[in-house]
Design a protein around this ligand. Structure first.
Ligand code: BTN
Length: 247
């Protein structure tokens, strides 16, 4: 795969691999702004230990960011979602993509992409991105899903990846020039389901309320019987959801 890249970026393309996030962890130190993209993943990972079904034709890419100070890495959850939203909108004009907290992308309420952020022991943030270009698993899903193809868009992996890396680079520059409020405001503008009833599944309980927005650290604000609760980690459901893959 040969595509033009933003300055300072490097792309490694693989045929089959277990997980591109794992591949990034194995890169030598000094690999900032390296992206690894694979044709197919045999052990694709999703959030909270779930599996990410990874058929050929979809996009699987992981970015290596050597941030050093990982205390400031949480904003990347939102930066990645905003950059990916912009990239998809560029290659699929009019698709109408929305962000679901913290970093899923939806079209008409159905999940089209997932982002998995991981860290390693040497100050690196790994941003793993999966986009359903051609296909989506129809069974055993936590959330309803769709693909760019099902939405009527024929997109090459190369075109989407190139746009993603340019948008990611641009939003990183905006973060460093303007600060995290710019990123959170951009995410808020694209937010799915503001004012809707949601259920947040936490490790130990479910909480029901109304989605009231984001606080200035990116925590979800849940209006529960008139009281605002701040939530840092959890799965958000707008409808019922029960199962486990590509969720
Ligand atoms: C989610 O659960 O929504 C996150 C899914 C993230 C999937 C991507 S595909 C590329 C990268 N490699 C992986 O093993 N997972 C991420």
């Amino acid at each position: 795969m040969k595509i033009s890249l933003p300055e300072g970026w490097r792309l490694i393309f693989k045929g089959e691999t277990k997980s591109t996030n794992e591949d990034v962890k194995n890169l030598p130190v000094g690999s900032d702004k390296t992206a690894i993209c694979a044709e197919f993943q045999s052990e694709g990972r999703g959030r909270t230990g779930r599996r990410w079904v990874s058929p050929k034709g979809n996009l699987f890419v992981s970015l290596c960011l050597e941030l050093g100070d990982l205390n400031r890495s949480e904003i990347y959850s939102f930066l990645s979602a905003v950059a990916l939203t912009d990239a998809i909108e560029k290659v699929c004009p009019g698709i109408g993509i929305k962000c679901k907290w913290p970093n899923d992308l939806l079209v008409e309420g159905k999940k089209i992409s997932g982002i998995l952020l991981e860290t390693d022991g040497v100050g690196r943030l790994i941003v793993g991105i999966g986009v359903n270009i051609a296909a989506f698993p129809e069974n055993n899903m936590l959330y309803p899903a769709t693909s760019l193809a099902e939405c009527g868009f024929s997109v090459t992996k190369e075109a989407l990846l190139k746009e993603l890396l340019y948008q990611f680079d641009l939003w990183q520059k905006r973060l460093s020039d303007e600060g995290k409020k710019t990123i959170l405001d951009a995410w808020r503008q694209k937010a799915y389901g503001l004012g809707k009833k949601i259920v947040v599944r936490l490790p130990d309980q479910n909480m029901e309320g109304v989605f009231a927005g984001l606080d200035n650290d990116g925590r979800l604000l849940l209006n529960k019987d008139g009281k605002l609760c701040e939530i840092s980690v959890g799965d958000v459901f707008f409808g019922s959801a029960k199962r486990n893959e590509n969720g």
